[in-house]
Write a protein that binds this ligand. Structure first.
Ligand SMILES: Nc1nc2c(ncn2[C@@H]2O[C@H](COP(=O)(O)OP(=O)(O)O)[C@@H](O)[C@H]2O)c(=O)[nH]1
Ligand SMILES: [Mg+2]
Ligand SMILES: [Zn+2]
Length: 262
């Protein structure tokens, strides 16, 4: 294993590198071309999260509030890179509740097919989803990403919140992204919990394409350069009024657009 010198921001977990090894030290001399890059970016800072992944698994949990804005943003970043998306609603063993059921209903109607799972009592459905994929697990802290990794890859030993509470050392969870291999064609990247997700790198003119339910309504507005925010005869705004597009998704679209055009 080799680590970049210092606090490098050029490389991402999952990058394939050319190493120049001298004794016990390896130096990265080149990175191979990436098939995908999942990253977030603000005006002053960017963070490469995972490279060369084929699938993003967005994890939420039945016992934590769901951050809809964060989810939308992760999905936009994934869609822009043509990375497949699956959504897991973890901790199903704790029982159902209205907010996670609402979430499942909303995302099912969008076409993302979220499924309820339990990283502790039943990992079979997760195993089926991840087969032959290079995956990054994303979501807020505490949803169970590291627990999923540990219960699928027994040799992983990713730090989870429960280990630390037993040791009473405070919250000791994932601090950096790490790749774990299940077999030759399957790997999982576990990352620290996400809180914010800037999308400065997204082309504002393409943003609407990354909202999958907008796609059927695009290219039908009166103005070819319609931003779908205030224009007359906008097909997206009409779809919101007809309840074909959820108002909350349109609001998030407008918020992100305002951030990235500025
Ligand atoms: N009941 C239940 N608890 C879970 C499940 N998955 C994870 N947890 C617990 O949720 C807490 C956070 O898990 P962790 O894997 O550290 O979350 P991460 O921050 O997303 O990596 C720990 O106390 C886990 O034991 C699950 O499926 N069911
Ligand atoms: Mg973790
Ligand atoms: Zn429009």
């Amino acid at each position: 294993m080799a680590y970049p010198r210092g606090k490098s921001t050029k490389y991402a977990c999952g990058d394939e590198c050319v190493l120049n090894v001298i004794g016990s030290e390896g130096r990265i001399t080149a990175i191979d071309e990436r098939s995908s890059i999942f990253w977030r970016s603000d005006t002053f800072k960017q963070k490469l999260i995972a490279a060369n992944v084929t699938m993003i698994i967005m994890v939420v949990a039945t016992d934590l509030p769901i951050n809809y804005s964060l989810i939308t943003r992760c999905l936009v970043a994934a869609e822009e890179q043509h990375i497949k998306v699956r959504i897991l609603v973890n901790k199903a063993d704790l029982g159902e509740n209205t907010s996670s059921n609402n979430f499942i209903e909303q995302y099912t109607s969008l076409g993302y097919n979220p499924i309820a799972v339990s990283a502790i009592t039943d990992t079979q459905s997760i195993r089926e989803i991840i087969k032959d994929q290079r995956i990054v697990l994303v979501g807020q802290s505490g949803v169970g990403k590291s627990t999923i990794v540990n219960n699928i890859i027994s040799a992983a030993h990713a730090k989870t919140a429960s280990i630390s509470s037993k040791l009473r050392t405070g919250r000791h969870t994932t601090t950096h992204a790490q790749l774990y291999r299940l077999d030759e064609s399957t790997s999982l990247i576990d990352c620290p919990g996400l809180q914010s997700f800037g999308l400065k790198h997204i082309n504002p003119q393409h943003l609407a394409n990354y909202f999958i339910e907008f796609r059927d309504h695009l290219n039908q507005c009166q103005f070819a350069n319609c931003t779908h925010t205030v224009e007359p005869n906008c097909h997206i705004i009409a779809a919101v009024k007809e309840q074909l597009i959820r108002p909350t998704r349109w609001e998030e679209y407008k918020t992100i657009l305002a951030e990235i055009v500025g």
